[in-house]
Design a binder for this molecule. Structure first.
Ligand code: NZQ
Ligand code: ZN
Length: 388
């Protein structure tokens, strides 16, 4: 049964080849001081930095920069960003990059004036923001996380070997996001593919949970079919605008809260993936691909009907003359074939996990209860061992 819910998504999106024009329309709404946040330099090499700074100049903004946001941004970097945001008295934080940059911008926005250690407050104690929040805008350059239209922010603490996400409320969503599919053309193939699987995983984390047969599930199946189709095209022809634009749009809807509505949602693949990330600093989407097949084969017996529906509606498996279990298993086989076809990492060994890390990774994995089987630590270990 569809559970009760409230729905509001406050992020305004500008999508398409001219999406950056949206930045000109948005900037006048904010004060003079802009903190421009970006990663390790890809935006300088591909020209996006020049385009964005030209618009900031045209709009008369005073710009301070915070660069070098690493993939899987750290708590130490977050503390540095808070100081920068206060030092320039930022009226707007403009994140130009992927999920890491956007997540980081959101973390700085709620933390700069929180008067506490942000890691402890938001990522250990999961408190809600109670101080001034600096508005965030985003120019997205990497597709996958959905960070452009949600309140999620994932931070890594290397000293504690933990990678933890906090899903903030609407007040911390980006006020606006600029989505130009062409800005993603320069992504290295590995990152592009990791993003594709991040999208798939977000949809599956919500789809494989109660309430089954909700409108959310029908939307999810459509998003999955679009992704599977377009990803096959994009890996062969990365500059195929139609494929890349459909994938970009799918990514946003995969994790902007819509398909979670009324559902319990699982997120266990992400919990295991994040623990793997805390130990290896591996690319997020690949941590998910590496553990997904063992995970879904492990939980399939607890919801065979749903996995059979997935096989038929998403993977086009012919069910005639087969048992529910056979159909369900064939669907997962099709998924595995597609993952190999597009070139995803299929085991955690390839991400640098060694047997001596397993105890720590199991311990760092949060155990959720929204999926079809509430895992135990022993289950997590089994899944990881099958992914070695
Ligand atoms: O740092 P630069 O030089 O910009 O290079 C980046 C980075 O190395 C590069 N890149 C990005 N756009 C590019 C580009 N290179 C060439 N051309 C472009 N157009 O790609 C690399 C990866 O970027 P990153 O932002 O780390 O990737 P992604 O978007 O996958 O973000 C990953 C982070 O988001 C978190 C992950 O845990 C991870 O920390 N997540 C956030 C979520 C959310 N907010 O809801 C949910 C997700 O499940 C995820 O956990
Ligand atoms: Zn993800």
């Amino acid at each position: 049964m569809l559970g009760d819910f409230t729905y509001c998504n406050p992020t305004k999106l500008y999508f398409g080849k001219n999406a950056l024009d949206g930045l000109k329309r948005e900037l006048p709404k904010y004060g003079k001081n802009v903190l421009l946040v970006y990663g390790g330099g890809s935006i300088k090499r591909n020209g996006i930095y020049d385009k964005v700074t030209a618009i900031l100049k045209e709009c008369g903004k005073t710009v301070a920069e915070d660069s070098g946001i690493m993939p899987n941004p750290t708590s130490d970097k977050l503390n540095e960003g808070c100081e920068r945001a206060r030092a320039c008295n930022a009226d707007l934080i403009l994140a130009v990059g992927g999920g890491s940059v956007c997540d980081y911008a959101k973390a700085v926005s709620v933390s700069a004036y929180c008067g506490d250690d942000p890691w402890e407050k938001f990522f250990i104690r999961f408190e809600e923001p109670d101080g001034k929040i600096i508005p965030v805008g985003c120019v997205l350059t990497m597709v996958g996380t959905g960070s452009e239209m949600n309140g999620g922010s994932v931070i890594t603490n290397h000293a504690q070997k933990l990678k933890i996400g906090h899903v903030f409320g609407e007040e911390a969503y980006p006020k606006f996001s600029v989505l130009n599919p062409e800005f993603t053309f320069t992504l290295p193939a590995y990152q592009m593919k990791a993003g594709f699987f991040d999208i798939m995983s977000h949809i599956l984390e919500q789809y494989f949970s109660d309430a089954d047969d909700s409108t959310s599930d029908y939307i999810s199946e459509g998003l999955l079919r679009s992704l599977i189709h377009s990803a096959r095209i994009a890996v062969k022809d990365p500059e195929n605008y139609e494929a890349r634009s459909n994938i970009m749009w799918t990514a946003t809807w995969a994790l902007n809260t819509l398909i979670a509505k009324g559902k319990t949602t699982d997120w266990e693949v992400h919990m295991i993936g994040q623990a793997v990330g805390a130990y290896t600093d591996a690319t997020h989407g690949m941590t998910l691909s590496a553990v997904s097949m063992p995970y879904y084969r492990f939980i399939m017996p607890y919801a065979p009907d749903k996995f059979a529906r997935y096989a038929v509606n998403v993977w086009g498996v012919n069910e005639s003359g087969k048992s529910t279990g056979e159909v369900a298993a064939e669907g997962l086989d099709e998924m595995e074939k597609w993952m190999k076809e597009i070139g995803l990492v299929m085991n955690v060994t390839d991400l640098g996990v060694t047997p001596d890390m397993l105890d720590g990774i199991v311990k760092a994995t949060f155990l959720n209860e929204g999926g079809y089987k509430a895992l135990t630590a022993v289950d997590v270990r089994t899944i990881l061992e099958q992914s070695m």
